[in-house]
Design a binder for this molecule. Structure first.
Ligand SMILES: [Zn+2]
Length: 211
């Protein structure tokens, strides 16, 4: 059985890897971000989300456990965005143990933060059509102008270097304890995230082969 967890900071290409992993191994991709967006009107979450508050650990765990009980998860799953705290990780283990299951591997995409800052701060998006460019790796034909529709490109507030550094440091703090937790269990796979998406996935599939 393949019960996977995927960790990766903003800008590490986690979304692409999640898609490839779930497609290659036929696993359900469970993104808690997507689940929360879909559940925003659910009475269980609405009080927190409408107030812009953080959904408490036990509510998140309840949501994930409920989802993991569905039949499509019986052959395996890929968790993305969960667990975020040590208590969530422990609750997940408790639930899986009861079901006679366990986490089989935790893929942790490692990056060099300043390289991520460079990548993300080069991003320019089109407010009109949603087109996305990068001044270093995928520049528009005409500087500052969308190739697709001709509108002026903008830099999102989230993509300025200080905001990116702040997000990366929050991520590092949050995941450190989880990395230790899974490393002790001997199921942590450290993945070099500074390579091409193909090379990043190669490391993941190599690890799976050796499992
Ligand atoms: Zn456009």
């Amino acid at each position: 059985m393949k019960n996977f967890i995927l960790f990766g900071p903003p800008g590490a290409g986690k979304g692409t890897q999640a898609k490839t992993i779930s497609k290659t191994y036929g696993l359900v991709h469970l993104s808690t971000g997507d689940m929360l967006r879909e559940a925003k009107d659910d009475p269980m979450f609405a009080p927190y989300m409408s107030a812009g508050k953080l959904v408490p650990d036990n509510v998140i765990v309840e949501m994930v456990v409920k989802r993991l009980k569905k039949p499509d998860c019986s052959e395996g799953f890929l968790l993305d965005g969960f667990p975020r705290t040590l208590s969530q990780a422990q609750e997940l283990d408790k639930f899986l143990t009861k079901e006679n299951k366990k986490v089989s591997a935790v893929f942790c995409i490692l990056t060099e933060n300043e390289e991520i800052v460079k990548r993300l701060s080069g991003r320019r998006v089109c407010p009109a059509c949603g087109g996305s460019f990068n001044i270093d790796s995928m520049p528009p034909k005409k500087e500052g102008i969308c190739d697709l529709c001709g509108a002026n490109l903008i830099q999102r507030k989230d993509d300025n270097p200080d905001t990116i550094r702040e997000r990366l440091s929050v991520y590092d703090k949050q995941t450190k304890v989880l990395i230790d937790y899974y490393e002790k269990q001997g199921i942590l796979a450290k993945i070099d995230g500074m390579l091409t998406p193909e090379k990043v996935f190669e490391q993941i599939s190599d690890y799976v082969k050796k499992m």
